[in-house]
Design a protein around this ligand. Structure first.
Ligand code: PLP
Length: 365
């Protein structure tokens, strides 16, 4: 091999940041009860599902609209902003990735609360930023001063995944007011709290609020998410995102859901909140103390969470195990930072999950 070829190889090597990001977990076995990803266990909304089933495929030879104009208008009226304040994407992941890419130069800091949505440190590294974790406090609040220090981007998730906890509005307002760079508030679970800070985008050029069709709207498979921000910030995220990210059929399904399935979504949110209370009661009956949740899942401190989740998986119930969590509650201290995250579901599924958890704890005791 010539010296030239060796040099070329050294120069073109893959980015270490990219190699450091793991591939996503394998999907659960068919037939398993999957309570691991916080999607809507009541299914997809009926009108959107009908649109997907009967879509005229002749339009598939053409590209979709570059930035999903029709969907943008529908989202704007749902949220109560102007269309110039909405950016769509292939899932809200796409909007988060594009926003992170648009801000923060090489090696600048993306500050996030800990624990939080696992994709965030990955998106930071993939875009050449350094993720920096700041632990939630024991009151499930954020240490704003620590979070803001030298941060080009601050990411907050409200309600937070995986804890399910909210953040005081004062805390979010202070971050937005004092941050020098971009502030992202991820409201993937906003429908379950019926609260939002989307109103703050009118008074801040720095704030991007992201939402999704993957959770309360029951449409994770069509991959549609969006961001709400000032028109200038929206323009920037659109440039960074690039055109054609939402497919023709996904745009139609999402528009149909917003136009005709809102009552269905509201009713399923009511169901999820009721079943969240039911699951909480059943778990407390087993001497477990889940964190107070404002979302469609509970974080349940359990010792040996990975082993317990493995046993549950063998009985056909898939939940997500976490280890090494900060000791945010007495129960998390007692579980040494281990916990299971369980998606809220219709009652028969919750009862099946609780039975599987009881058996798994007995087996691991
Ligand atoms: C599920 C989830 C999302 C949604 O991602 P999509 O790409 O829209 O499916 C975003 N943020 C958080 C915190 C989530 O839990």
């Amino acid at each position: 091999m010539s010296i030239r070829a060796t040099e070329a190889r050294a120069i073109i090597g893959p980015r270490a940041d990219v190699d450091s990001v793991p591939l996503h977990d394998p999907v659960p076995a068919p037939g398993a009860l999957d309570l691991s990803d916080n999607t809507n266990r009541w299914g997809a909304p009926p009108t959107a599902a009908a649109v997907l089933a009967s879509f005229d495929a002749s339009s598939f030879a053409r590209y979709p609209s570059a930035y999903s104009g029709e969907l943008t208008t529908a989202i704007a009226s749902y949220v109560g902003v102007e269309p110039s304040m909405v950016v769509t994407g292939c899932g809200s992941d796409d909007v988060l990735d594009a926003a992170i890419r648009a801000f923060g130069g090489a090696a600048s800091v993306l500050a996030h609360i800990e624990p939080t949505f696992g994709m965030i440190p990955a998106f930071a590294r993939l875009n050449g930023l350094r993720p920096r974790a700041t632990c939630l406090t024991t009151a499930y609040d954020a240490d704003v001063t620590a979070l803001l220090r030298e941060a080009a981007i601050v990411y907050l998730c409200v309600p937070n995944n995986p804890t399910g906890t909210g953040l005081p509005r004062d805390t979010i307002e202070r971050v937005v007011r004092e941050a020098r760079g971009l502030v992202i508030v991820d409201e993937a679970y906003a429908e379950f709290t019926r609260g939002s800070v989307v109103d703050l985008v009118r008074s801040s050029e720095r704030l991007l609020v992201t939402r999704t069709f993957s959770k309360a709207f029951g449409l994770a498979g069509i991959r549609v998410g969006y961001g709400i921000a000032s028109p200038s910030l929206v323009q920037r995220v659109k440039r960074s995102r690039g055109p054609y990210k939402v497919s023709t059929i996904s745009e139609h399904a999402a528009v149909s859901a917003l136009s005709f399935d809102r009552a269905w979504v509201d009713a399923r949110v009511d169901d999820a909140i009721a079943m969240r209370g039911r699951l909480m009661t059943l778990l407390r009956g087993m001497s477990l103390e889940p964190l107070p949740s404002q979302a469609n899942f509970l974080l349940v401190p359990v010792r040996d969470a990975a082993r317990v989740a493995g046993h549950m998986r063998e009985s056909g119930v898939v939940v997500r195990a976490f280890t090494g969590l900060p000791y945010l509650s007495q129960a998390l201290l007692e579980s040494r930072g281990d916990a299971l995250r369980i998606t809220v579901a219709p009652l028969p599924e919750i009862e099946r999950a609780v039975a599987a958890l009881r058996d798994a704890r007995d087996a691991c005791a």
